[in-house]
Design a protein around this ligand. Structure first.
Ligand SMILES: [Zn+2]
Length: 289
């Protein structure tokens, strides 16, 4: 994808380091189960169906302190090719989503991108994590946390070293930010507590909606898409489907334990966003209950 130049005042970026904090459990894409109530069920504004996921455990590790480095935004973005690309993607995501929120008449807030290093991060709102958890979103501090070393792993998993797989990841996490700031997340959690039997299904729906949002962003920036990008995104979506991950780990495929959806579902969700370019189309995952 050809992401254009951007103004650094349009993004919030930082880099937190290790700091020897203890590791908090439960951080990661799909660790915690959240539920979502669909607008279609409750008749809310469609934008309100944007829920949230990946609610990371909210208690901070005891004694932890924030350890953001002193690097300026420009320095963080210039630290590596991956970082520069992520900053450009963030600027584009901000612009795309701000317009969506404005049109819907909902207050918009930007997320903070934390390109942390050294395999370990202490978040402001979600305790500590190691890079083993993969990229994640922390609703409490509205931070998208990515250890850029994850991208090397992703290239192996998806079999492509292309940029679009990386952009898909950040756009997916951004989708969780969108789900958070619309305020549905609290409703979702409540709903899950009320109905534990539906919790897993709702968790999967949240993840698929985030995939769809990632596709919507790309669809709305189609003029910047290069040949091969979509295939790369679909390959990445396929590689991180729950069934494929379980199979590759030598496990029996067990739909009960899915948290993000199958490879086929994830590819379909990404494609739906791409083709519709419409965030409300991404509410479909919450229909039927
Ligand atoms: Zn996710």
């Amino acid at each position: 994808m050809r992401l254009g130049p951007y103004d650094s005042s349009d993004i919030e970026v930082r880099s937190s380091g290790g700091g020897g904090m203890r590791r908090a459990g439960g951080i990661g894409c799909g660790t915690i189960v959240i539920a979502l109530i669909g607008a279609l069920v409750f008749g809310l504004d469609p934008m309100q169906t944007i829920g949230m996921v990946e609610s990371v455990q909210q208690q901070a590790a005891p004694g932890s302190t924030s350890s953001a480095s002193d690097m300026s935004e420009a320095e963080v973005c210039a630290a590596s090719e991956y970082a520069g690309e992520a900053c450009a993607a963030l600027a584009s995501l901000n612009a795309t989503w701000q317009a969506v929120f404005e049109r819907a008449g909902i207050a918009f807030q930007r997320p903070v991108l934390d390109l942390y290093r050294d395999g370990r991060v202490t978040t402001e709102g979600c305790g500590s994590a190691t890079s083993a958890v993969g990229p994640f979103y922390c609703p409490a501090d509205k931070g998208i946390y990515i250890d850029t070393s994850f991208y090397d792993q992703l290239a192996q998993m998806s079999g492509t070293g292309g940029d679009f797989a990386r952009l898909y990841v950040i756009a997916h996490e951004y989708g969780h930010h969108v789900q958070n700031i619309t305020g549905l997340s609290a409703q979702v959690r409540k709903q899950q507590q009320r109905n534990p039997a539906a919790a897993n299904r709702l968790q999967v729906a949240m993840e698929l909606q985030a995939d769809c949002y990632a596709g919507m962003w790309a669809g709305r920036n189609r003029d910047r898409i290069e040949p091969g990008d979509l295939e790369e995104g679909l390959a990445a979506a396929s590689a991180i489907g729950d069934d494929t991950l379980q199979r590759n780990a030598g496990q029996r495929v067990n739909p009960e334990s899915f948290t993000h959806g199958t490879s086929r579902q994830r590819m379909a969700a990404l494609r739906l966003g791409l083709e519709s370019k419409d965030d409300t189309a991404c509410d479909v995952f919450f229909e039927n209950g």
